[in-house]
Design a protein around this ligand. Structure first.
Ligand code: PEP
Ligand code: MG
Length: 841
């Protein structure tokens, strides 16, 4: 207990007060007093004082009550350090006794006095004496009858008369509010909002402004922006003969503040008061540097300001308000950038379920791609396409997705899978397409025969039933709740442009297709940090060509297929270069885990046999021959490139011919070629020699000179450890933290979802490492790799391109390790730009 801080402080313009001692509400009230607003006499109890109240050591009540005069009427409200941490509800009308009731009846009329007394007895009984709330609800009684019933009930239940001494009443109110703060549920609630375990509670004791009386009396709430859009607008309600926030709760009797043709308004009823409120609002905004909601009371025509709180706001309004305050010179741009949490942008970029809607959640999974969408259940890609052809929205529900499902994913509004984690196929593709996606909903089963999905509790949903996938939270809901649309308004663009001025790490996008690249470009990505070329074959009839290549048994067969692939790739790359318009485009050579490209069931194998004009048995045999126990550690990435040189040579040629084509059209281009899944320097050396040879050949053939960079992905622990060797042949290192996490933990990316939630629940891992970069383990490999890479080549460009790349934790870590840029899915680019700026400020 700090002896310099008094237990109780009378709020005056100069009293020493701080939010860390008295809480946010008390400090805000002092600011209102300083701005000359008519705030009734208010005392602030410090955190320490309230802590002692909880232990029964109350301040001297006589001294405490002295500033309020004889027979005062008071309110007590909580004042936690951060208003978002909550606190016990306000208690009004403390000081009401039989005697005060009599005298007040003369002043404001008996009905009004009785209403005040009844309200106090009820809240005292329930919140202070902790009596049964039902016992104090008298739906059939009004006025004096209800009051007498309440007083009698109190006497009966508490076995004593309702306290008739304001000192006793106030002491008990303070004690009970202090204790409520200590309760388990209150503590859990505020800890969920980020409050520390020992967060303090202050209390403010305020002289009551009555809100009932002979002249115009009442209470209301006013704010000056729209909570949904953040645009300037007077919003609020006023209710005659009322107290507190009644005007918001009892909308029937309450009136609007401004006219707008909606009937009676405070503006007409009391024009002077309304004008005064506008002026206070303007002052509060410019001096408190925030949009405030002001609680006011009229007592026989006299205005009192009781309280002001930060306006509750949607994500969109949050951005709008921050930008408007900075534009008006009230806060600096840096502060506007700091005020918006990056997740708020995510809510703006995608449709969301209206938070005001009731939610009928049927199952939960991993939130893999944000946004929400509604549609009818379909269980196959072809049903999804048929549904799209009919113009009907659908949700594709699969055990897990494979490349065959891509067409279905394009046709669907959302995807739901039972298996897989945050880097599973469905998740990665979903994020790329901006398609809401929930994966790993392992409590769901699909009964294909009956065409139903079965949720926990046995709830069944048939094909054609409507469900909603919320990829932001991981919930799957029955039916079609109301949605809020995505909005990318000017304020959004302005805020991000400011963020770019402050950040000191680059932001690129992972973009596989021209559509992705366009999205990335719209979000001002500084280039493409990862183009997964094998994903270019997930679409349309291209998958078949890819499979033919995988199935080719002789070099001649393979060459024939590669000749068909080459023009497709060349056109893809030319498109990417043109869209990115001179910004770097980092193309990763094929990294195809074979199982992702081969049909795993009989039906798929039959289709493929038909397509390739091969007997089904041959297809099945070949699939078996190619199958691996652990495909994620198998014939992937550079290993295919080493074993079957023609494949990477074809890709290199496609890239360089596209470069030559674009250069010939007079466009700027910065091509980069990246080799995946490196574990040995010799791999790089071999591939580099082949790629260089192709570059020379194309330059000669086309007569066009061009430059390019060649680098590697660091996805195996060995690559990180041997980075000094790798950079002899590589101009850049890009950490693929999906595979690097998989291999550092020895966890399968595709299967870890089965037990990850158990692991996280039991605290084995603090978080899913595929979701949140493990700074301690995987992070150390990043640090080692970057340092060793620089030791071998001081100007080596270092970046991260795993799914972690857009997260705040990873960006923060990469900044401290001096990385040049992060690369993330296109829809995360705005969040990454904002996070990077906040970390730099
Ligand atoms: C990675 O492993 O982090 C990566 C970016 O590559 P992919 O996800 O395609 O394996
Ligand atoms: Mg990888």
């Amino acid at each position: 207990h700090d002896p310099d801080i008094p237990d109780v402080t009378l709020i005056t313009p100069t009293a020493p007060m701080s939010p860390a001692v008295h809480g946010g509400r008390a400090k805000c009230l002092q600011r209102l007093v300083r701005l000359g607003m008519p705030v009734p006499t208010t005392l602030a109890l410090s955190f320490d004082a309230v802590l002692r109240c909880a232990k029964g050591q109350l301040p001297d009540m006589g001294a405490l009550l002295a500033p309020f005069g004889d027979a005062p009427l008071l309110s007590v409200r909580p004042s936690s350090q951060d208003p978002d941490w909550g606190g016990p509800g306000a208690i009004l009308n403390i000081g009401m006794t039989d005697a005060v009731h009599r005298s007040l009846s003369m002043r404001v009329g008996e009905a009004a006095a009785t209403a005040l007394y009844l309200r106090f007895v009820q809240s005292y009984a329930v919140h202070v004496a902790r009596l049964d709330p039902d016992a104090f609800d008298f739906p059939n009684l009004t006025g004096a009858h209800a009051l007498h019933a309440a007083l009698d009930m109190y006497e009966q239940e508490a076995e004593q008369r309702f306290p008739q001494d304001v000192q006793v009443q106030l002491a008990e109110v303070l004690r009970s509010m202090a204790r409520a703060w200590d309760g388990t549920s209150a503590r859990l609630l505020r800890e969920a909002k980020g409050a520390p375990r020992d967060a303090g509670l202050g209390l403010v004791v305020q002289e009551l402004a009555l809100g009932v009386g002979m002249g115009e009396s009442g209470s209301g709430v006013i704010q000056f922006v729209d909570a949904q859009t953040g645009q300037p607008r007077v919003v609020g309600r006023y209710l005659s003969q009322s107290q507190g926030r009644d005007a918001l709760n009892d909308k029937t009797g309450a009136i609007y503040l401004t006219q707008d043709g909606r009937g009676p308004a405070l503006e007409d009823l009391c024009p002077d008061i309304f004008a005064q409120l506008l002026e206070y609002g303007w002052t509060a905004r410019s001096r408190l540097r925030e949009e405030m909601q002001i609680e006011f009371t009229l007592e026989s025509g006299v205005l009192h300001i009781l309280d002001a709180v930060r306006v509750q706001r949607s994500s969109r309004a949050q951005v709008q308000i921050a930008v408007a305050l900075a534009t008006d010179g009230i806060i600096p741009r840096e502060e506007a950038v700091m005020r918006v949490p990056p997740n708020a942008l995510s809510e703006m970029l995608h449709r969301q379920i209206d938070p005001a809607e009731p939610r009928d959640v049927i199952v939960r999974g991993i939130a893999a791609s944000p946004g929400a969408a509604t549609g009818r259940i379909v269980l196959t890609a072809s049903e999804a396409q048929a549904s799209a052809a009919r113009g009907e929205a659908c949700v594709l529900v699969r055990r897990e997705t494979t490349p065959e499902d891509i067409r279905g994913m394009h046709a669907a509004q959302a995807v739901l899978t039972m298996r897989g984690g945050i880097t599973s196929h469905a998740a990665v593709i979903g994020r790329g397409l901006g398609l809401p996606c929930v994966v790993g909903a392992s409590d769901l089963t699909i009964d294909r025969k009956r065409g139903v999905i079965v949720a926990p509790g046995g709830r069944r949903f048939a094909v054609g039933d409507t469900i909603t996938v919320d990829g932001t939270t991981g919930a799957v809901l029955a039916g079609a709740p109301a949605m809020l649309e995505a909005v990318l308004d000017d304020a959004f663009q302005t805020l991000l442009a400011w963020a770019d001025d402050f950040r000191d790490i680059g932001v690129r996008a992972n973009a596989d297709t021209p559509a992705d690249a366009q999205t990335a470009s719209n979000f001002a990505a500084e280039g493409i940090g990862l183009c997964r070329t094998e994903h270019m074959f997930f679409q349309g009839d291209r998958l078949g060509v890819m499979r033919e290549m995988i199935f080719a048994e002789t070099a001649d067969d393979r060459r024939a297929v590669l000749d068909r692939l080459l023009p497709m790739q060349r056109a893809d790359f030319a498109d990417l270069f043109a869209i990115m318009d001179g910004r770097p485009v980092c193309i990763r050579l094929f990294d195809m885990p074979l199982h992702e490209f081969l049909p795993y069931d009989r039906a798929g194998q039959r289709d493929l046999a038909e397509q390739l004009a091969m007997p089904v048995t041959d297809v099945t045999e070949r699939v078996q021959a190619l199958s691996e126990y652990n495909p994620m550690l198998g014939m992937r990435g550079v290993r295919q490139g080493i074993a079957i040189p023609e494949i990477y040579e074809m890709q290199a040629r496609a890239i360089f011919e596209a470069v030559a084509d674009v250069v010939a059209r007079g466009l700027a281009v910065q091509p980069e070629i990246m080799i995946p899944l490196i574990s040995a320097a010799r791999e790089v050396e071999i591939i580099k020699a082949r790629v260089d040879a192709v570059a020379l050949a194309v330059q000669r053939e086309t007569g066009t000179a061009f430059a390019f960079k060649l680098g590697v992905m660091v996805e195996t622990p060995r690559a990180a450890l041997r980075a000094e060797d790798l950079v002899k042949h590589a101009a850049f290192l890009s950490f693929g933290t999906n595979d690097l996490t998989q291999m550092t933990y020895g966890l399968s990316r595709d299967d870890a979802g089965r037990f990850m939630s158990t692991y996280v629940q039991q605290g084995v891992y603090a978080e899913d490492p595929f979701h949140t970069l493990d700074l301690e383990g995987v992070g150390e490999l990043l640090a080692i790799g970057a340092a060793r890479g620089r030791a071998g080549r001081p100007d080596v460009v270092v970046s991260i391109c795993g799914e972690h790349g857009g997260t705040r934790a990873a960006i923060g870590f990469c900044r401290t390790q001096g990385f040049d840029y992060v690369s993330c899915s296109p829809f995360r680019v705005p969040l990454a730009r904002l996070s990077a700026a906040q970390l730099a400020l």
